[in-house]
Structure formats: C-alpha cells, structure tokens
Design a protein around this ligand. Sequence first.
Ligand code: NOJ
Ligand code: MG
Length: 523
Amino acid sequence: MKQTDQTPWWQDGIIYQIYPRSFQDSDGDGVGDLNGIARRLDHLVDLGVDAVWISPIYPSPGKDAGYDVSDYCGIDPLFGTLADFDALVAAAHGRGLKVLMDFVPSHSSDRHPWFLESRSSRDNPKRDWYVWRDARPDGSPPNNWISEFAGPAWTWDEATGQYWLNIYLPEQPALNWRNPDVRQAMYDAMRFWFDRGVDGFRVDAAEHLAPDDRLRDNLPNPDWTEDMGPARSLFRTFSSHQPAGFDAVHEMRAVADEYEDRVLVGEAYGTLDEVVQYYGRDLKGFHLPFNFELINAPWDARHIAGYIDTYEAAIPKGGWPNWVLGNHDRKRIASRVGQAQARVAAMLLLTLRGTPTLYQGDELGLENGHVPPEMVQDPWEKNVPGFGLGRDPVRMPIPWDDTEGRGFTTGTPWLPVADGPSVIDQRGAETTMLTLTQRMIALRRAEITLRRGEYRRLHGDDHVLVFARDREDARLVVALNFTDRDQLVALEGTPLLSTVPGELPETAPGSLRANEGLVLRVR
Ligand code: NOJ
Ligand code: MG
C-alpha cells in the first residue's frame, strides 16, 4: 500500500491467513508447502491483500498440526527449507506483501530438545524450563485444570516422579515463562526471524503464558454442556490471562520494537475486557490483539451493532481495532450464516474501522467440509468425537481449478480438497464471492475513508445495520440487511458497491434487497 504519511502498514492493510498445509502443494506429497505458497502469490496480489500470516511451518511432530514446535528456528521438511522460506519472503516482498509468521510461545513439542533435557532428570539445568509439580498425596495431579483438548492438564512422568503441565496435548508441554532463560531463548527466536526480514508474528495462545504459580483450582462453569468440550466445564480462572503473562507480552513487544515497522498480532480468547488488556500499558503490548467478537456472534443486526459499539468503546485510546470472521479453529462463516449472508459478512469485515484478517478460502465462500472418520487429523476430534469440535472441516485444501486434485496437489491430499466453486471458476465471474471480495478490497484500498474514517452507527434494528465512516468532509455509508427479505430503510448517497450482483441502483434506494449490503458515497 502506498504510504503518504506515517500510518503504519498494519493499520491500513488487510491480513490474509494462510493455512500452509492446505494452500498449495508443490511436491505431490499431498501437503501444502512453501514453494506452493510462492506459486500462488499472484492470487493474493489479485485479491488485493497486504500481508499474509502463515500458520506454523516450524519443525514439528505434527501432533497439533504444527502448533507443537520442536525447533523455533527452523522449517519443517514437510514445508521446505530455510532457503525456500527466504525465497518466499523475498518473492512476497517483491510484490509488496508483508509476511507474518506464527509464534507459539506458550508450549513446545515434547520432542523439543529443551523438553527432552528437562525431562531427563530433576536436576537438569533445563528442568525449570517447563512447569513440573509433585503429585498430591493421593497421587492425583496438582490441581483441577483440564487440557483444552480433554483430559487433565497434567501428565505424569514416571522416570522423574512429577507431573508436567500441558494446557493442550500432553505432547505440548507448557514452557515456564517465569524462567528468564526461557524468555530470552524465545526472544532470540523472534529475532532470528526478524533478522530474516519477517514483518511480524501472530502470537499463539497468549492467554496461557505464565498461568498462576500457586496453581489454584479453576472454578466450575455452571452453564457447561457436553458439546462445549470438557475444558469448558471450568472457567479458566487461574490458568489464563495472568499478570506475568501480560508482562511477557510487553517484553515481546520490546523485541519487535528493536526493528522497524514490525507488528505483533495476539491470539487471546477471553472476555472483551481481557482481550483489550493485551494492547498493554501505554499501548506497549500487542499492536493488534485479535478481536474475535464476530467469530461466534449470533448473526443479527442488533447483536452485531452491539458488539461493534462495545468493542469501539473498549479499545484503549490510541489503540487500533481489528476484526476477524474466521480462522483455522472456528466454523467457516459461510457455514455459520449461509452463502447469501456470507457476502454481507464480508462487506461488514471489509468496511469496519480496523484491520481485517481474512481466512484463506473465505474469499471463495468455502463451507465446512465433510471429513470421513478414517481421515480425521485433528486431535480434538479424536479425543472428543462427535460434537463437531474437530477443526478439520475448516482446514480442507483450497480448490484452485477443476482438474483431479483441484490444482492443490498431484498426490493424495492430507484432507479432502474443499468442495465449492474453484478459484478458476470464480475469477472474473460477476456473481462470485471471489469477485465481490476483490471489489470490496479494491474499494477499501481506494477509499481512505474506509480505512481510516471514524465509525458512527446511524441505524440498527433487528434486521438492518447502517453505519457511516467519516473522515474530514468525506462520508461513506454502509447499509447491511441481515435478513432474506427486503427491508425498508432511508438511505442517501450514491451507491458504490452492492453484495447483490448486477446493475447498481443509480441513486440511494428506499429499501435494501434480501441479503443486500450496500456501500454509498454521501460526500
Ligand atoms: C491456538 C491455535 O490457533 C490452535 O490451532 C492450536 O491448537 C492452539 N492454539 C494450541 O497451540
Ligand atoms: Mg508438499
């Protein structure tokens, strides 16, 4: 994006999440890889996004699809080599695209040399790099915490006679962020990538850094139902969002600030109050703590309008907002709200105030796919089958064309390739999600008011949300019909873009068509 002032790129830009296993395979092993991403950069340029965040590509046993890292300064051979990575960064930069890596600080793989050492004896110098505790007198784990993927958050080590903490799988032991050597080692890993030209990180599971050192029991959740998965039967009272974790985030930020123009996007699920705390004291935490308000939101105008107002009000002064509709962990937006409303949702995402993050495949309107039981990959689905907790259905490979393997692979894909019209089918066609997404991104790039203007709600009822984006004398209005019926609404201005394909009305209409989102220029 052309810079005419000091606005940082990550405020003006759009982030696109690449789930590398499923983006593009280049070597026929059925798994997407770095050279595959490099081959598809033109798709991203055509789309008009500014940055990519690539989910983990580090060496990993792959127990949690790469979120179990066994070397923070390498590339898994599954994805390629460090040289491939450098080439990808250069190629991306050559096209004006920034590159963000995933950073997974809260836990490593149990195969990481640090953990192997830590586990080898109680007096190993790395013992304290992980969280080890004695059993209670009856032999049970030190407290009641539950793993996010089911089972106790503690795993017994027979050889050394203690439990280790695992907030996720037992194969993902929690690093001890209270140990200064751990922190330094992790900051050095960040520098390793910053020095290679990486533009930032998406920081995984930040809420789980440095949980309570007194290990107090989490409190029961009275509203729990089985379909939420075992972990949600407790609140994360003492295992998430603890003070020492926020301190660690500040230190990460200081590392990023050693370099120019880098960004930290933080993943931390919590209440809005908890999430905005990650902006940090004096805004010295994450530049963009992910805002997941829309990711589970009931899909009606009144709720959405409320979320926007509350979020806008909660952001600390000077903090920059951001919005997310989907990611590799949550149900696809088109499956949550249907194809017609997915278009309205995309317009919302791309016209709100704040940096949008777009999940790969949402620009194609992909839906949750069907993964036959024998192909299930996600440990969550394996541990707690049948409740739809598994994340494979949102991680299926991109259908690029209509050949066998759909242009994703010449081999056998690691998950079935997603259904739905391919990129080739959608490109240039008037009615497709891809075309709509491109047009909206182009509009956002062309209209500084959409990127930087203030947000002002003009009208919100159960069916329709109308808001303005105001900057200096300019005003654009966005009107969204959350229903599949026409809705009367008083609008003014010149229509610029509609989610309904076909001719645009020449003047402001007196109603929105079913499932219509409309952007108008008022002045
Ligand atoms: C959040 C990631 O997005 C998810 O995919 C992963 O399983 C957990 N953190 C653990 O790293
Ligand atoms: Mg491959």
